[in-house]
Ligand binder design. Structure first.
Ligand code: GAR
Length: 189
């Protein structure tokens, strides 16, 4: 059984989707969810789903405690699912090609520091883009710049609101993130 660890900062709907997806098979299991927000909704989701979940503070992230925990746990993949802090290079070096992120736009457009969640959709709408999508990529030491593993597009129209763009993007995320993870675990990503 492969081991997955998720890092999330907010609602955790992608985390829940990944947990549920792998619970229904025997390839992998989410063993742990870690969050940098003590009141993140992802903690409630994990309690309901019976998955261990813990909060960590900035000091634990910056000064090695979290990295030690991750090394000890030795996951097959570390999955970022709405995780908003920049991953330090020490993590990237410790887990080469094992840290994956999902970004709610078609990178390299609409990436970088401060571009997350609805802020991305607001920028996409402000530019009257005809399409948006998702990017699943390896994490390196720069925000949203690691090698792209998979992208999916969805069409937009002038009627789309921030909410409807977010809904379209979330639907793509729920459909494709677990499948891409599965492929990577099977070695045919
Ligand atoms: C997701 O749309 C994810 O792509 C995005 O945050 C949302 C988290 O939703 N991530 C970023 O913007 C990273 N830059 P969730 O907590 O419900 O999974």
């Amino acid at each position: 059984m492969k081991k997955l660890i998720i890092l999330a900062s907010g609602s955790g709907s992608n985390a829940e989707n990944i947990i549920t997806y792998f619970n229904s098979g025997n390839l992998a299991k989410v063993s742990l969810v870690l969050t940098n927000k003590s009141d993140a909704k992802v903690l409630q989701r994990c309690e309901r789903l019976n998955i261990p979940a813990f909060y960590f503070n900035k000091a634990a992230f910056q000064y090695g405690t979290l990295l030690s925990l991750l090394r000890h746990e030795n996951p097959d993949l570390i999955l970022l699912a709405g995780f908003l802090w920049k991953i330090p290079s020490s993590f990237v070096e410790a887990f080469p090609n094992k840290i994956i992120n999902i970004h709610p736009a078609l990178l390299p457009k609409y990436g970088g520091k401060g571009m997350y969640g609805n802020r991305v959709h607001e920028a996409v709408r402000a530019n009257s883009e005809k399409e948006t999508g998702i990017t699943i990529h390896y994490v390196n030491e720069h925000y949203d710049e690691g090698a792209i593993i998979h992208q999916e597009k969805v069409a937009l129209n002038s009627e789309d609101s921030i909410e409807s763009i977010a809904k379209k993007v979330h639907e793509l995320e729920y459909e494709h993130y677990p499948k891409v993870i599965e492929k990577l675990l099977l070695g045919d990503g």
